[in-house]
Ligand binder design. Sequence first.
Ligand code: NAX
Ligand code: ATP
Ligand code: MG
Length: 370
Amino acid sequence: MAAGPVWVAAGACRRGKSDTGLAGMAPLAGAGAVLAGAAAVALLSAALVLRELPLDAVLQRAFSLHKAHSIKDMENTLQLVRNIIPPQTSKKHKGQDGRIGVIGGCQEYTGAPYFAAISALKVGADLSHVFCTREAAPVIKSYSPELIVHPVLDSPGAVHDVEEWLPRLHALVVGPGLGRDDTLLENVKGILEAAKARDIPVVIDADGLWLIAQHPALIQGYRKAVLTPNHVEFSRLSEAVLREPGNGSDREAVWRLSQALGNVTVVRKGEQDVLSDGEQVLECAQEGSSRRCGGQGDLLSGALGVLVHWALLAGPEKTNGCSPLLLAAVGACSLTRQCSHQAFQKHGRSTTTTDMIAEVGPAFHRLFEA
Ligand SMILES: NC(=O)C1=CN([C@@H]2O[C@H](COP(=O)(O)OP(=O)(O)OC[C@H]3O[C@@H](n4cnc5c(N)ncnc54)[C@H](O)[C@@H]3O)[C@@H](O)[C@H]2O)[C@@H](O)CC1
Ligand SMILES: Nc1ncnc2c1ncn2[C@@H]1O[C@H](COP(=O)(O)OP(=O)(O)OP(=O)(O)O)[C@@H](O)[C@H]1O
Ligand SMILES: [Mg+2]
């Protein structure tokens, strides 16, 4: 079995170690950035640390060093996520900042694909498509003219119909509101194969994860896949892949699942989000809210679709050697929790995901642009 996980401070993504044995990071530029970083630290808190040590030693060391390094690491995390955000210029054409496809939407669930698709647009994608069932399409279309909705997911030629669009898409978000109908799941299998054949990054969430739990080989070793399980979905995946219940709150469990899937990136959502690519383990403890309404994971998956595209586009010089998918996931997790935090401050117990989506712009600015 491979050596234990490398526990990486959220801001210390680079592989390799500084003299303290902690992964180092590119210093911030200038006082302004330090101030911004300090302000951002108030927003971002993440756990840290790491090097190649036995797990218990790493954990023990992490918490002893936590205070000393966390501020620096936080600043670096923020800077890394900022690095991957494409500048807005008059030189770009429509679509260049992202064309995202959401695969999901059925009779029971029409909100989830809407939440994911509109969140992608709100984060900064130029075009957002939803590929859903025929009967879900008019419902989702009625939610927003911003979305391009294709009523094809239950058609006889569903795979072909979606495949025709793949050359024009930068990333797929598979699963929000998909449901568990066998025919739909069979179609999604074909869509995933077609996406992999074109090296398109895929975020897999919700009932897409139900499919993966049945057929892990679908994404085995596909390092452009990110899974975003909640507590229940994590247990299902862990049971299916590792034959163990998978204590979702155990960071090693996330690392082990990622390893077992061939370094697919795993984001286990929860009180703290735990993220791993099978080599590094990151944690996002960005302050969110105590509101647990449905749809927040859909917001995360849509945001993640855009950030994955941007991170891959940015290249290693911008990501400082950190896994682009891990970095995108830190950004999406932080953003989702910040939206929840801001919306809860305004709406309290009555907060809905719609309220959170309204906060994407201000939260994004606060975290990544201020
Ligand atoms: N408005 C909508 O259209 C929504 C549709 N959704 C879709 O609904 C489908 C099923 O998603 P679910 O998340 O309900 O299904 P899951 O199978 O993931 O969860 C089943 C149930 O487990 C429970 N659960 C969740 N987190 C838990 C935790 N931390 N500890 C203990 N129990 C927990 C919840 O009651 C949940 O309904 C997905 O396709 C999803 O995208 C959801 O995203 C919510 C919003
Ligand atoms: N106990 C918690 N405290 C704070 N934030 C949490 C907690 N549990 C989950 N979150 C956050 O809520 C968001 C959604 O996580 P959740 O586990 O609800 O996903 P989900 O069940 O897939 O949501 P959805 O209803 O969209 O399917 C994530 O940003 C996650 O970090
Ligand atoms: Mg979900």
